[in-house]
Design a binder for this molecule. Structure first.
Ligand SMILES: Nc1ncnc2c1ncn2[C@@H]1O[C@H](COP(=O)(O)OP(=O)(O)O)[C@@H](O)[C@H]1O
Ligand SMILES: [Mg+2]
Length: 238
């Protein structure tokens, strides 16, 4: 599970995030909404332990992130947190399979080629294992980025604006894949977006445009456990 308490962050003088409390049960899927500049990436970076908040505490998978330093923090992140960055960050000089194997390597885990192939297979890009990122379509790169993020079976899967550069169909597919892969690993999923098309796709939402940010959950909806995998129960209006 994820717990944030009294989080405030400022890069220089102006506060960019003020979040008194956020608690996410293991396996829940949450959407972080807000206009550009509202602090979504900042929040994701705090959850990933990539950024220390100016104030407050963050607990992920039972660990207080603020208590971890240097290598220990990097190892913890590598083992328990999967991140799909906006810019995907695939290494251009490595093949798809090597990009995936970098995840266990960085986390100090054994190289597991079988696991890499299984993950690529689950994301329908198995045949691209030996290709380089520039040889893939945007959609395939996105799948590989998701594959790398779930490679180490993370407890927390984070995705930053995963759909903003995609057309409606691809956006829906990527969201479906994230939900499906998170569910397969019983991972908590947190997706940040300003993409109004997907605002209705998750039943837990955190809206950073409100001050203080508001948390909402649709009790009328099925819980994630009952959702059809990969089929957000409410498709956005087209
Ligand atoms: N490294 C940084 N240094 C200074 N200001 C930053 C930095 N990163 C983000 N900001 C500012 O913090 C605010 C929130 O940014 P961000 O978290 O990226 O928002 P979002 O992802 O919602 O667009 C913005 O005003 C942005 O300009
Ligand atoms: Mg952002």
């Amino acid at each position: 599970m994820v717990l944030l308490e009294h989080i405030r962050h400022r890069y220089d003088r102006a506060a960019v995030l003020n979040l008194p409390h956020l608690s996410i049960a293991q396996g829940e899927h949450h959407l972080v909404l807000g206009r550009s500049g509202s602090g979504k990436t900042t929040l994701l970076h705090i959850l990933a332990g990539l950024l220390r908040p100016s104030e407050g505490r963050a607990v992920v998978a039972g660990e207080e992130l603020g208590a971890l330093r240097g290598d220990a923090l990097d190892r913890f992140r590598g083992r328990h947190i999967g991140i799909v960055f906006q810019q995907m960050h695939l290494l251009p000089t490595l093949t798809v399979e090597q990009n995936l194997l970098l995840a266990p390597y960085m986390a100090g885990l054994p190289q597991d080629v079988e696991r890499a192939r299984e993950v690529l297979n689950s994301l329908d890009v198995r045949e691209k294992a030996g290709s380089y990122p520039h040889e893939l379509s945007v959609g395939q790169r996105q799948r590989v980025a998701i594959a790398r993020a779930v490679m180490n079976r993370p407890r927390l899967l984070l995705a930053d604006e995963p759909t903003s550069s995609l057309d409606d169909l691809r956006a829906e597919q990527v969201l479906g894949l994230l939900r499906e892969r998170a569910a397969a690993h019983e991972a908590t999923l947190v997706v940040a977006t300003h993409d109004a098309r997907i605002a209705g796709a998750f039943n837990h939402r955190l809206d950073l445009d409100d001050a203080p940010p508001t948390v909402s959950a649709d009790a009328s909806r099925a819980t994630e456990a009952n959702d059809v995998l990969g089929q957000p129960e409410d498709q956005p209006e087209r």
